[in-house]
Ligand binder design. Sequence first.
Ligand code: ADP
Ligand code: ZN
Ligand code: ZN
Length: 727
Amino acid sequence: MSAPTPAPAIWHVALPVPVPRLFDYRPATGAAIAGDVGCRVRVPFGPRELVGVITGTGAPDPQAPELRSGERLDAAPLFQGELLESLRWLARYTHAPLGEVFATALPAPLRQGEALADTRAWGWRLTEAGLTALPRLRGKPRRLAELLAASERSEDALAEQLDDWRAAARALTGRGLVEREPLPDTRTPASPSAGPALNSEQQAAVDALLAARDGFAPVLLDGITGSGKTEVYLHAIADCLARGRQALVLVPEIGLTPQTLRRFRERLGVPVHALHSGLGDGERARTWAACLRGEARVIVGTRSAVFLPLPRAGLIVIDEEHDGSFKQLDGIRYHARDFALVRAKALGIPIVLGSATPSLESLRNAKAGRYAHLRLQARAGRARPPRVRVVDVRKRPLDAGMSPELFEAIAATLHDGAQALVFKNRRGYAPVLLCHDCGWSAQCTRCDAPMTVHAGGRRLQCHHCGARRPAPDACPDCGGLALQAQGAGTERIEEALTKRFPDVPVLRIDRGTTQRRDALEKLLHDFGSAPGILVGTQMLAKGHDLPNLTLVAVVGVDEGLFSADFRAPEKLAQLLIQVAGRAGRAAQPGDVLLQTHHPQHALLATLLGGGYRAFAEAELAQREAAGFPPFAHLALLRAEAKQLEATHAFLQAARAALRDAGDALELHGPLPAPMPRRAGYQRAQLLLSAPERRTLHAALDAALPAIHALPEARRVRWSLDVDPVDL
Ligand code: ADP
Ligand code: ZN
Ligand code: ZN
C-alpha cells in the first residue's frame, strides 16, 4: 500500500531581493492551494518584512528546518494567466529575479502590501444635522457644507471646486454633519464623435488591422508625420471597444499630452485612463485595479503601462515605436515595445507599431516578413510636406550659433505672420565655461564631464549628477578674468533672438521651463498662434499641434554627426525627421533649415536625397557589415565602484566565467564606460555579443550563478543590461 501523497503545504514566494531564487513559507492559517498562485504575501525576511508574490505551492522538505509563516494579502490573484506567464518570460529574458520583476510591474501601494484600490466613484452628502448646523459653520467647512447643501457631489467634483476639501470633510464627518457614500455609476458614455473621412491609405491600414484582429498580428505602421496614423489607431480602438475588449496605447514620455488624451476621449466616447510618471501613487494604483477588473477600456500610458493587467485585451498600440524612452535604463532594464510584443503574442491580439521613423530593429523585422508593413505616404488632409534645405555655415559669422541666413529666414517668416522654431538639443546657456588665457574649463568634480553654464552665465550645473555651483568671477587656475561661455544652449539662443526680434514673443521650451507636467501646454497655449519664435530641445519635437509654425531651424546638427555610439546616426536621422515634421502641418507648406559645417556628410545627403527610407537601408547595410544589432544581439555588464581596480577585477572575473560558458560569444572589455566617472563612481563595462539570441542567453544562464557568487562582486555595484541602448 502506498502512502497518500501529502497535500501541498507550502508556498514558493518570489521576493523583491537581488538574488535569483524563490523562498519557501507556510501559510499562517489554512492550507496552501494552487489558487494562491499570483497572490501577494507578507513574509518575514531576516529582520524585515517583505511583500512577495506566490509563484507555486509544494510539499515541505522533511530535511529542511521549520519554515517561517507568511500572510496572504489577496483574496484573488493579482497576476494570473497571460500576465503571470509574460512576467516569468521577462525575468528569464532580463536574467533578473522574478520577485524584482513583479515589484517593477506593480504600482507602489500594491508593492507595499496595500489592498487593491477601490475603483468605485465616491460622493459626499450633507446630513440632516449638517443642514441644521450649516449657519454656525465657518471657513472651509462652511464652504463645503454649502456646496453639499446644493447637491450631493462626487469627490472628483469637490477636488475641482474646493482646495483642501478633504480636511474639511474629515472635520465634518467627525461631528456627523457629512457622509461619504459610493455613487451609482452614472458615467454614461458620451457619444463618440466622428473623425475625418479616411483617405485610401488610411482605410487600407484600418482594413488590414480589422482583418487581423482575431490573433497575434504585429503590424508596422510606417507613416510620415501628419499622415494620420493616430486616426488609424482610433478606428482600430473603436472596433476593439465595440467587441467589448480593452485597448492599451503606449506613447513616449513627452508624447502624452492633455491634447492627445482629449482627442482620444472625444473620439472614442469612453473614459480614457492615463498612466504616466506625473501621476500620484494612488491614481496609478486605481488605474491598475480598474484594468485588472476589466473596467478600464482604453489606457494611454508611458513605458510602465506595459505591465497593466489586460484580462479583456483586444489591441496594443505603440506610438512612436522608435522612441528611446520605451527602454528602462535602471532596475529591470526592459524595453516596453519588445515586452508589449511578447504580451500581444501571448494574448493572441494585434499590436501596431507606429512611427514616421521606425527603428532599424522593426524595419528589419518587417523586411523579414515577421511584421506586416503598412505605409502611409501622403500627409492627411491639406498639409504639404516641408521643403528641407541645408545651410552651410562654414566661415559664416555666427551669433549664438545662428547664421545670417537663419536670421533672414526667421524675419521673413515673422513678416508673413507665421511662427518659427529654433531647435537645439542642449539646454542651458552654454555647454562649457572656458578660460581664454590658460585653457582651463569648468569640470564637474564628481563626473568626467564639463559643467553647463546656466542663468546667463551666473551658475554652473552638471547635467549628469545634478551638482550646482556659482560660476567663478576669475579663472581658478590663472586668476585671469577672460572666462568665456563656449557654444550655445537654448538659453543663449533665446537671449540672442530676443535681442534681434524685440517685437515678437520668444518662448523657450526645455526641462528648465517646464518642470510641471502641464506647464508645456499652458506655455504653448499662452504663446498662441500670433507671430513669434519658439526655442526648444526635443521636448518640442512632437506632440502639440502648432498650426501656424512654418519654419523649423535645426542648430547643432553637427553634434550628432560624430559620435562613438553606433546608434547615433539612427537617433540623429529620427530627430531631424521628427523636428522637420513640425513645419507646415496645416494648410501652409513649411521650410526646414539644417545648419551644418558638414554639408556633404553622407547622412545628410542620404536623408535629403531619399528620406528616412533611404537612410535606413544604408544604415542597415552598415550595421550588417559591422555585426551590430539588429544583426547581432548584445548584453552589457556594467560595474561601478569608488576604486577603478574593483570594477576591473570584477569584470575580468566575469569575463572568465562567460568564456567558460561558451565560445560562440564575443566579449569586448573590460572597457571604460562612455562616461568613465559619474557622481564620484568609477565606471567600466564588458560588452557581450552573439549572432544568435539563443547563444547569448545560454551563455548568460550558464555563467550568471558563478558571477553572482564572485568574491569580486561584493566590492562593486554591478548590473546586466540585455539589449542595451546606451553603450
Ligand atoms: P500622425 O499621427 O500620423 O502624425 P494624425 O493622425 O495626428 O497624424 O493626423 C494629422 C492631422 O491630420 C490631424 O490634425 C488629423 O486630424 C488630420 N487628419 C488625419 N486624417 C485625416 C483625413 N483622412 N482627412 C483629413 N484630416 C485628417
Ligand atoms: Zn585661466
Ligand atoms: Zn557631475
